[in-house]
Design a protein around this ligand. Structure first.
Ligand code: ATP
Length: 609
């Protein structure tokens, strides 16, 4: 019933009840004593039916009820009787026999039909197998020379079946004892429930382990096939696991096979930045156990703890997570002057203006050269290697999540954003940028730009109200948090493109941004698809893509992924424009309407950013 009830709700619960009622009919034939139980049962059933409970709750109550347990006892006795009378007769055959003897009413016929259905027969046959204790494999007899204080010693037999044991061992530094260091969650040893961290090994497959190195014991284990027999002294205080499961986003990549410090490389869990991990065990200060949420059925693996990972950050196997250095935070970028046409007949919508885009392009180039010039001392404060996350689903009455598109120059971020907004301008809107340049005669304040003084602009920068900004032809341009807020307050979905360095500033409890990385396809694909495409330039006429542009795009995309991939909620490869547009539309809707992993601080605390 539990199997059936999970997720199927009321409907199956009622089917379950019907089934129990049918079984009650069966028990009616079993004589005196049962009638009292039945009366109780029917009373409780009617109470249950009147209560407004969900299917699972109802079944739970049902299965815990005294009357059902009493009926099960009756069943147990009848099965015993059947055994006595008919030797090795099965429970299924017993029922069949009882029904044959019963008056052939409609209910009995229906009950017989139910009992003969294949899934019910399978259930009964499983019951019979378990009841007869007909387990495989048959374990070897206990050795004769069990020591006197046999309570202290335990023999544990595990069948390997080509799977790893799921436990690691260590040698006590002082006593030299070989003990179980940890049992991997979901692994063979854990599922057996027979091995615990701290158990002291005495023998493995009859070989005494005293004086052996852990590697020698591992060798014995590795060579053993089929059943492994441990003789061990159980740990006196079994660790009580009272830890709550934690979910984290990995902020860097980890390759256990390249980590010389891991206690058992095979037990390690490799992960990539951005992946969500379920931490199931933090008992060890250095090595945690985790699963990927994309594969929760797998057994857990070892990952370095937060503490260890911070310590390891500078080692060769550790790829440095992104650090918002001072030099990478928004700063005034000096951009090369370019030619800007002031005679655009139909101005593009806010956020798509050429000067703003070129300003961002120059800023991007400047930031890259700045990044490469960074002295190593820039990495003074290390970022957390894991970020705690929780599942968040936006309430329909909440403000929409900010959508941020990130990608290398020319990949199509603006093309995709423009298509999305024009597909439904009532739903999607860009944020109007701010500028210090003079308003032109055909422009309207708040439409193409918000025109503000240099002092006001700088004030906004100093008070951290700019997501990103830069300088172009002596004027400042930038996207402000206020401009994003205006769109969100109007009930629309705000879609902006941002340099990846701005991601950290935008990742706030208020904006809850959903970050989509627009990735270029292979250069070969781009040669085909970008034949007529044009890259925005300082010149009035945009230029066709050159081979260098495509190569630069590919390299820049790789760098972005390497440095900021942990922040990307979704990746779209912009190969076919129509397909990429459709993917963007559905990703944006998913971000608003479906549960997503977000930093725990966005949800758990109002005081956090
Ligand atoms: N999938 C595609 N297939 C063919 N052409 C494309 C595709 N995606 C974009 N383009 C074209 O590529 C050119 C560059 O795209 P777009 O202007 O959107 O680049 P961008 O990523 O916004 O660059 P920048 O950041 O420099 O503004 C445009 O002509 C656009 O129409």
């Amino acid at each position: 019933f539990f199997m059936f009830s999970s997720g199927l709700g009321h409907c199956l619960a009622l089917v379950g009840l019907l089934f129990v009622l049918k079984c009650l009919a069966l028990f009616c034939f079993l004589g005196s004593g049962v009638s009292h139980v039945l009366t109780l049962a029917l009373q409780e059933l009617s109470l249950l039916c009147k209560r407004d409970v969900n299917g699972v709750g109802m079944l739970y109550d049902l299965l815990r009820s005294r009357w059902l347990q009493a009926l099960l006892k009756v069943r147990y006795h009848t099965a015993g009787k059947a055994k006595v009378t008919y030797g090795t007769i099965s429970w299924e055959e017993t029922l069949d026999f009882l029904l044959r003897e019963a008056p052939q009413s409609g209910e009995v016929k229906e009950l017989r039909r139910l009992l003969r259905s294949p899934h019910f027969k399978a259930l009964l046959s499983a019951h019979d197998t378990v009841a007869q204790k007909d387990f495989e494999p048959i374990l070897p007899p206990l050795p004769d020379n069990i020591p006197e204080n046999e309570e202290a010693m335990r023999i544990v037999c595990l069948v390997k079946n080509n799977q790893p044991l799921g436990a690691t061992i260590k040698r006590h530094e002082i006593t030299g004892d070989i003990t179980v260091a940890r049992v991997i969650h979901g692994g063979l040893a854990d599922r057996s429930g027979l091995l615990y961290a701290g158990d002291k090994l005495v023998e493995v497959n009859g070989v005494p382990v005293e004086g052996l190195e852990p590697e020698q014991v591992i060798n014995i284990l590795a060579l053993s096939q089929g059943t492994i027999m441990f003789k061990l002294i159980p740990v006196s205080d079994r660790p009580v696991s009272n830890q709550t499961t934690l979910y984290v986003r990995a902020m860097a990549d980890y390759w256990p096979l390249q980590d010389p410090a891991i206690p058992c490389a095979d037990a390690g869990l490799p992960f990539k930045r951005g992946e969500i991990l379920q931490i199931v065990d933090q008992n060890d200060a250095l090595w945690w156990q985790a699963r990927k949420v994309s594969d929760l059925s797998a057994c857990a693996g070892l990952i370095p703890s937060n503490h260890l990972l911070k310590r390891k950050q500078r080692e060769f196997w550790w790829s440095q997570p992104f650090q918002p250095h001072l030099c990478l935070k928004s700063s005034m970028f000096s951009c090369v002057s370019g030619i800007f046409s002031s005679t655009v007949p139909l101005p593009p919508p806010a956020g798509f203006r050429r000067s703003m885009r070129l300003c961002r392009r120059k800023a991007r180039l400047n930031q890259q050269s700045c990044y490469s010039r960074c002295p190593s001392s820039c990495y003074s404060t290390l970022a957390a290697p894991y970020e705690e996350v929780v599942r968040y689903q936006r309430h329909p009455t909440d403000r929409h999540r900010l959508i941020i598109l990130v990608g290398p120059a020319g990949v199509g971020v603006n093309e995709l954003r423009r298509r999305l907004i024009t597909s439904n301008p009532r739903e999607f809107q860009s944020a109007t940028p701010h500028t210090t340049r003079v308003q032109k005669s055909y422009e309207m304040n708040g439409r193409e730009y918000h025109y503000i003084s240099k002092e006001t602009f700088e004030n906004m920068v100093y008070s951290h109200r700019m997501l990103e900004y830069g300088e172009y032809k002596g004027y400042l341009y930038g996207t402000s948090i206020d401009a994003v807020r205006t769109v969100l307050d109007a009930g629309k979905i705000c879609v902006i493109d941002l340099e990846p360095q701005g991601i950290q500033i935008a990742r706030t409890h208020e904006l809850k941004p959903y970050i989509i990385f627009i990735k270029p396809p292979s250069i070969g694909c781009m040669r085909q698809t970008r034949k007529n495409a044009r890259i925005i330039t300082d010149y009035y006429v945009n230029m066709k893509f050159k081979e260098e542009d495509l190569q630069e795009m590919e390299e820049s995309a790789k760098k972005m992924e390497a440095q900021f991939g942990q922040f990307f909620d979704h990746v779209i490869v912009n190969d076919n424009l129509q397909e990429a547009s459709a993917q963007l539309l559905s990703a944006v809707h998913r971000a608003q309407d479906e549960p997503q992993w977000v930093p725990a601080v966005w949800i758990c605390s109002d005081t956090q950013p």
